[in-house]
Design a protein. Structure first.
Length: 438
């Protein structure tokens, strides 16, 4: 569902500093070799205390979201005997030299926010007037481009011609684009109800309830359109998620089974169209704050997984209330969905996470990084992400939603930066998707 600013985890300054230092220096695994020793060496990005590359140097091989402000914990200038030695670098640098092979962005605010100056690979420049002695974070931007995005939709009506045309447009785009694309599109049909007449119906977003089989027919129409129009590109793939949510309606094992069967049946309808497949999808969020919310969400996933041959399932929800600077405990995050439940509905059986990364501050990306660390520490494996969701499209259609309007590329980059900042969670997310109103 469209998300508005709510209970998002926030970092305490001391804790953020400690973790930022650890992940930048110990966890990160960029393709840079030199150590932080106050000498600007090949592969490094370097701050200088004075303009024109004079004074003490602070050298880096990875992105840092928060430099800290006090010794002994801050990032400081390392070259002894020169002006600035030992001082914290935050809001204290005047020039830079980028000796890495990547572009580097310098930001006015911590967490990669505010005014930004891009430093090309090899560039040796003074910081701009907006950033001189106003530097609070920096980010390496690798040469790997952000994967192209695909549209997702909040579905309001049963229009198979519309779905077929949207699929065809994506097929045409992929044929025209170099390389293999693996896209994911979520068709969100709203809540699922088991009505008094014994029929399961999805609410759609127009108030006209329809069966999961009808939803599947839309997915099949979209898949056929894609496969028929992708042309000479015989390797790209479109994954179409049959989406519902846990905001209301029937949230149970039986409901999970119904959606698993609908995804299976729809996927069978694409047997002759091999470049399109149908998955399950659920927007698991902290909608309900009662004591049964956790158990209901896990039961839904258990029901889904109990169907033989169940298609992959994406959780395209958020991690409201989860910490953004430390590993959560089982019961942390919020009363609606705790960390254990978010992990469960994102990893068990066919499930995997397709997280909402809506906030330009990067907080949501950090929450998922620490949920991945939670999985590493407590379960023995990191999270992998078949994609990432933005709602910039729906925001633009409805007059804007400041604070939750990340572009698809920003959503992807934030998550990629965060999980790559620790070697235990490093992974490349799949293509982003941008949800719109139909």
């Amino acid at each position: 569902m469209p998300q508005h600013p709510g209970r998002l985890g926030s970092a305490g300054a001391a804790l953020a500093l400690a973790i930022s230092g650890l992940t930048a220096l110990a966890g990160a695994t960029p393709a840079h070799a030199a150590d932080r020793n106050g000498v600007c060496e090949t592969g490094e990005f370097c701050y200088y205390y004075n303009s024109d590359h004079a004074g003490s140097v602070s050298d880096f091989t990875s992105s840092v979201a928060d430099y800290g402000t006090d010794q002994p914990g801050c990032y400081d200038f390392k070259t002894s005997g020169l002006a600035g030695y030992g001082q914290c670098i935050k809001n204290n640098a005047a020039s830079v030299w980028n000796r890495s092979s990547d572009k580097v962005q310098v930001f006015y605010n911590s967490d990669y926010g505010g005014a930004v100056q891009e430093i090309a690979a090899g560039a040796k420049v003074n910081l701009s007037s907006a950033l001189k002695n106003q530097n609070a974070s920096h980010r390496f931007v690798s040469g790997t481009p952000v994967p192209s995005s695909a549209p997702s939709y909040y579905v309001s009506n049963q229009d198979t011609a519309w779905a077929n045309a949207k699929g065809c447009a994506m097929g045409n785009a992929d044929e025209a684009q170099a390389g293999t694309q693996t896209r994911i599109v979520v068709l969100d049909f709203g809540r699922l109800n088991h009505d008094a007449d014994g029929v399961w119906r999805l609410s759609y977003f127009s108030g006209t309830d329809r069966t999961p089989a009808s939803a599947g027919a839309l997915a099949v129409a979209m898949g056929k359109g894609y496969d028929s129009c992708v042309g000479a590109d015989t390797s790209s793939l479109l994954r179409i998620g049959l989406g519902t949510n846990n905001s209301s309606g029937t949230i149970s094992s039986a409901a999970g089974k119904v959606m698993a069967q609908a995804a299976l049946d729809a996927d069978a309808g694409l047997a002759a169209f091999p470049q399109a497949t149908v998955w399950g999808a659920n927007d698991f969020e902290a909608w309900g704050a009662d004591s049964t919310a956790h158990a209901k969400a896990r039961s839904w996933v258990d029901g889904y997984n109990s169907v033989a041959g169940a298609r992959p399932l994406v959780n395209y929800g958020s991690a409201d209330g989860c910490p953004s600077s430390s590993i959560p405990t089982d019961g942390s995050c919020n009363a609606g969905l705790n960390a254990y439940t978010i992990w469960y509905v994102s990893t068990q059986g066919a499930a995997r996470p397709l997280p909402e990364i809506y906030t330009p501050t990067g907080t949501q990306a950090k929450q998922w990084k620490y949920l991945s660390l939670y999985s590493v520490v407590n379960k023995g494996f990191k999270l992998t992400f078949p994609g990432v969701m933005s709602q910039a499209g729906a925001c633009a259609q409805s007059g804007g939603c400041p604070g939750t309007d990340n572009s698809p590329s920003s959503s992807w980059s934030q998550l990629d930066d965060q999980v790559d900042s620790d070697s235990r969670t490093a992974t490349n997310p799949g293509n982003p998707t941008n949800i719109y109103w139909q």
